[in-house]
Structures are given as structure tokens and as C-alpha cells.
Design a binder for this molecule. Structure first.
Ligand SMILES: [Zn+2]
Length: 238
């Protein structure tokens, strides 16, 4: 009996793990969001989720500075409360801060009142730490029901997903991240990375491959004629 429950657990683990690694759930959640911008310009946007992290965000900021790239950091409210200095550093280096909710809860069953409370509280926390307000929201795990997307929009926010998922949170090799992205890149793509966490947690984790991938990715995409733009440039087509 114990043997079968262990086998069952392993099978379940492989099935769920395989689903997470090979399938991008955001593809099913794109309706009513911005996940790629239609453009004939070879422009792309980098986004980093789940920070700020004292271990990894500063290293990622250094890489972005070296490559002169302006990115979006979708921050978790309680991480901002824990590490306000890091959140401030992100803002002061010219990046855009996005709202990723307070506690990284999956919001699929949220009511309009619950989403409003969580977004507003996270906005308050980000403003307290950085002095910045934000109008970009990314739901944890991408799930959001249609009426909730409308609610988010009515609050003056755009829901931003992604078109290309680096899967950096399960990657052991930065070269494979870059190879995958440069093999699939399209105009107006929004790329998903993480500056905190790993498979089991959103805090800390090991983001070494993410850090190492940035300069390699910058080189690979620029060689193909792509430029990295800010979210305003991408959305407004400036
Ligand atoms: Zn997240």
C-alpha cells in the first residue's frame, strides 16, 4: 500500500512537473490582457517577477545596466515590505515597477472586491517604498477570470502577461534559456524572467542562470536586429 502511494506520488509529481516545464499556462489566460504588442519593429521587453530579492535583484540590475536595458519588475507586495531598499534601487535605476499582488496568491477565484483590495494595498506598499505608482498588473501564475480582468482595467491598470517564457525558474543552464528565446523570438514579444525564487518558493531561491543569461541574450537578440525597449516604448510605439 505504502509502495503504491509512493509510486502514485512520484507519477503525480512527474505529471505536474512536466506540465509546468513544457506547458505555459499563460497561453490560456491571454484574453483581455497585453501579452505581446503587434508591431513591425523588432522590439522586445524584459520582465522580472516575484522580487525584490536582496540576493538576486541587485545582480540582475547590474547586468541590465551593463547592457543598457530598461525592464519591468513585477514585485510581490510583502517582498517590497521586507526589502524596500532593493525596490527603491530598481526604481532609481530607471526600471518600471509592476504590481504582482501582495502575497502571490492565485487569484482565479477572487471577487472584484478582493482583487481591488489586494491591488490597492500592494500599490500602497510600492508607493511607500519607492515613491512610484504603478499601472501595470501581472496576476500570479497568469490566472484571472474575465470579469476580474475588467475590474483591473476599471482601476486604471493594464494586465500584462507574456508571450515568451524563459522558464528560468526550472532551468539549470543559461545557454539553453538564451537558445530557446532566440529561436522563438518575434516582434513585440514580452519575455518572462524571475529575479527571486525557484520551483518551491518565491523568495530567495537560485537565480544564477537568470543573471548569467542577460548579457548572452542581449548579444543574441541584438545580433538578430532586435532592440530592448521600456514598457512605455513598447506599448505606445514611441
Ligand atoms: Zn510570480
Amino acid at each position: 500500500m505504502v509502495f503504491f502511494s509512493i509510486v502514485g506520488f512520484v507519477v503525480l509529481f512527474i505529471v505536474i512537473g512536466g506540465f509546468c516545464v513544457f506547458f505555459d499556462q499563460a497561453i490560456l489566460a491571454r484574453r483581455g490582457t497585453i501579452y505581446r504588442i503587434k508591431t513591425d519593429k523588432k522590439r522586445v521587453l524584459l520582465t522580472f517577477d516575484d522580487g525584490p530579492s536582496p540576493d538576486w535583484t541587485p545582480k540582475i540590475l547590474d547586468e541590465l545596466k551593463k547592457e543598457n536595458i530598461s525592464a519591468v519588475f513585477f514585485m510581490i507586495g510583502h517582498h517590497v515590505q521586507k526589502y524596500p531598499d532593493i525596490a527603491r534601487q530598481v526604481a532609481s535605476e530607471g526600471h518600471t515597477i509592476g504590481n504582482h499582488g501582495y502575497a502571490h496568491s492565485v487569484m482565479f477565484y477572487y471577487t472584484p472586491a478582493e482583487i481591488e483590495e489586494e491591488i490597492q494595498y500592494t500599490e500602497h506598499v510600492i508607493r511607500e517604498a519607492t515613491g512610484q505608482t504603478t499601472k501595470y498588473f501581472r496576476p500570479p501564475k497568469a490566472w484571472l477570470r474575465r470579469n476580474i480582468k475588467k475590474k483591473v482595467k476599471s482601476m486604471g491598470y493594464e494586465t500584462i502577461l507574456w508571450s515568451l517564457n524563459s522558464k528560468d525558474w526550472v532551468s539549470f543552464n543559461h545557454k539553453s534559456i538564451v537558445k530557446y528565446i532566440s529561436g522563438h523570438i518575434k516582434n513585440g514579444d514580452i519575455l518572462l524572467f524571475h529575479d527571486s525564487g525557484n520551483v518551491t518558493t518565491t523568495e530567495g531561491g537560485n537565480r544564477r542562470q537568470t543573471v548569467k543569461s542577460i548579457s548572452l541574450l542581449a548579444r543574441a537578440l541584438r545580433e538578430k536586429g532586435f532592440e530592448f525597449v521600456s514598457i512605455e516604448e513598447l506599448i505606445n510605439g514611441e
